[in-house]
Write a protein that binds this ligand. Structure first.
Ligand SMILES: C[S@@+](CC[C@H](N)C(=O)[O-])C[C@H]1O[C@@H](n2cnc3c(N)ncnc32)[C@H](O)[C@@H]1O
Length: 335
């Protein structure tokens, strides 16, 4: 079984997530048995063809998540490695360095991490949930910053398999990427010290439910890290693009920062603050040798890069931090 979560499940037993072990085991079993992704067999085939190598050290504290191998790869294995990793294209998130082979991904995720990391509550010893984690790039950076354990969830099978490709060599027992959505997660886990949701909220048709689900995953006193697309404006304003946004057909709400803060407070978070707001640049998201086709430059108006091709404001992202209150009941309005 190439996609195996036995070590994760076994480790939950003695942890604050012990109550998750049984429902997660059932859910993973079903998801693996009943996937309906026609590409998964191809991804698994590519994974199985990667060369066997001894366990490697992984450096998660550099811009490129780097697998280090003291023994140089011979030419045949190097070729086998590149062929296997190329069969897992497109690599949207990264960069990674596999024993000297650089995966220059579409996104320079190191730039986002550099914006977010300085503001976080110290990750040392923390158990982290990364919602919409992609291939787990940020999870490696979180471990590099001291996190004890990172569990990422993402419904994209390609992302999950890319993570297994990295961990085939790192063999890290406390970093997993699960093929799950946040909505399908066992409710009220109330156990994670930090929960990240980066680049997911605008994909949700019901952003307040997304915030509620994030809150339920956190332990009392835990930290939410919320990063999403925003627009300029007053409290109460949110852009709901009538059609596509930057060629994406699954974008629902782009709130102003004051609106986003209000949503978080309404959903029971406290100490909500915006720590960063940055325009996405064509240096951060671009076509590379590992993600061909189109990228941000093609989604912006060539005559006015401050606008998307549809005429909306070009992408700007905000990072908010917030805390789940320590105790007490939430003030709720039952209408
Ligand atoms: C724009 S990417 C962001 C990836 C990464 N977090 C980042 O900030 O670069 C959005 C990711 O969220 C995942 N996603 C979409 N809907 C989701 C959901 N309901 N629950 C969890 N992940 C979701 C997608 O598969 C995708 O990998």
């Amino acid at each position: 079984m190439l996609l195996n979560y036995d070590d994760l499940l076994a480790g939950l037993a003695d942890s604050p997530l012990a109550h998750w072990e049984t429902p997660l085991s059932v859910q993973l079993h079903e998801r693996l048995q009943q996937h309906n992704n026609g590409n998964l067999p191809r991804f698994l085939d590519a994974l199985s063809r990667l060369p066997d190598l001894p366990a490697s050290q992984l450096a998660g504290d550099a811009s490129a998540v780097t697998l280090l191998n003291p023994d140089a790869l011979d030419d045949a294995r190097q070729k086998q490695l590149e062929t296997g990793l190329r069969a897992l294209m497109p690599w949207r998130k990264g960069p990674f360095d596999f024993f000297g082979l650089t995966i220059d991904s579409e996104w320079r995720c190191d730039l986002k991490w550099a914006r977010v990391a300085p503001h976080l509550a110290d990750l040392h010893g923390r158990t982290v949930l990364d919602v919409g984690c992609g291939n787990g790039y940020y999870g490696w950076r979180m471990l590099g910053a001291g996190a004890r354990q990172v569990i990422g969830i993402d419904p994209s099978w390609l992302s999950v398999v890319q993570h297994f490709a990295v961990n085939r060599y790192a063999r890290h027992a406390r970093h997993h990427v699960l093929p799950l959505t946040l909505e399908s997660l066992t409710p009220e886990l109330e156990a994670f010290d930090t929960v990240f949701s980066m680049g997911v909220l605008y994909h949700r048709r019901s952003p307040l439910d997304h915030l509620e689900e994030l809150r339920q995953a956190l332990r009392p006193g835990g930290e939410l890290v919320l990063e999403t697309l925003v627009v300029e404006g007053e409290q109460g304003l949110a852009l709901v693009p009538p059609g596509r946004y930057a060629r994406m057909n699954n974008v629902w709400f782009l709130p102003s920062v004051p609106t986003l803060i209000q949503w978080c407070e309404k959903m029971g978070f406290e100490d909500v603050r915006c720590v960063d707001q940055s325009a996405t640049t064509v240096q951060e998201q671009r076509v590379t040798n590992w993600k061909r086709g189109q990228s941000l430059a093609d989604y912006l108006d060539p005559d006015n890069p401050a606008r998307t091709v549809e005429g909306h404001p070009a992408p700007v992202r905000a990072t908010l931090l917030a805390r789940r209150p320590e105790g007490g009941r939430l003030q709720r309005y039952h209408l």
